[in-house]
Write a protein that binds this ligand. Sequence first.
Ligand SMILES: [Zn+2]
Length: 459
Amino acid sequence: MTVLFNNVTVFTNDERAADGGLLAGAAVAVDGPRIVAVGSQQEIAARFPGAEIVDGGGRLLMPGFVNAHMHFYGTYARGLAMSRQARDFAQILSWLWWTLDKALDLDAVYYSTLLPAITAVRKGVTAVIDHHASPYAVAGSLDRIEEALSVVGMRGLLCYEVSDRDGKAIRDAGLAENERYIRKSQKARADDPHHLYDGMVGLHASFTLDDDSLRQAADLGEQLGRGHHIHVLEGPLDEQETQARYGASVARRLYEFGIFSPRSIAAHGIYLDEQGMDLVAERDTIVVHNPQSNMNNAVGRADVFALLQRGVTVGLGTDGMTPDLKVDVRTGYLLHKHHLTDPRPGWNEFQQMTLQNNPAIYRRLTGQMIGRIAPDYLADFILVDYYPPTPLDGGNLWGHFLYGIADAPVYMTVINGKVVMQEGQLPGLEAAGLDERELSEASQKVARGVWDRFRELSD
Ligand SMILES: [Zn+2]
């Protein structure tokens, strides 16, 4: 059954388009999970007589956003009281994150994904690359994240964060969870190429992984044809500890073990030096920049400009700070100008990272065609309540995005050709017989248990 999303201004996100990719008075035809045609309303109506029609009300239709580095479980830090104030990133890790993750059980994994995923689709995010840790509930944790995302109907690329920090048994469980989940998603993708979920090999960071762990993770990736998703030089500690224990720089070590590869994501990269950036670029490794999280941890600023100049595909993530990518886009754009006390940098770079690189990263890692409104692309798009106060054309869309579209309510979110959110309501919740208020209450009950265990573990 073909569905026409009619009466919309389409931003196709085709950077080669002469008109900037903006089509007024347009329509998009969708059949199953795919876009089959984009054009003027008259042309599309004539081509698809008898199709079901959704009136777009003159709204802006554009590709949904990809969050390229997320930790859903981080949601359970929201409102958590800390008994002491961390002085630096090392203490933030050990006092907050490496205590909170141990307090998670599988129900906490489920609810800490479900509630923010609801927010994500309301904010126009259609695909997420998550990085998960729950060391005392490893087996099956990625299934619980997938279960929560499927209720919402959101696309996801998942991994479990392997680390030595809780001992070899938990490290092995992490490797096994990645392997199990990747095999499961590969099988599902073989049966249905549009299957919403896929996996990669998750790793914490160089400084909590010994040579044996890196070798096993590299072998696993090789064997399954999947890359790695790892934190790289988020703080100075990663380099100090790696140098002290292994006598090599983080970048050199990850390069030598084959963790740097075109299929891998290096999150952050704040302390990459020139040589490290060269090694990242040589392997065409993806880097994901997380501006708000970096500011929150006061760890500094990644030199995204130097990376982009080297041809590195740099994307943007929220690192668990928010399910809404747009907030990190604008914050990141402002952060660099402010830090450099120069109003010029960032305009083109943040446009490229948001609109081009993030979908390109998802396409490269999963082979799923998202990020453009064009025939044969998957129908992952949003309709935004954006009625511009000033002229909007293909040449000035980015200005409208930063100062207007980013604040405008998302009216409808479509993923894999299905309406997953309309005017704040989620058909997926309704179909599963779930009520958001009841889910919130259930989640809070689970969170109280997590916080109790957090306090015990903190003593
Ligand atoms: Zn992270």
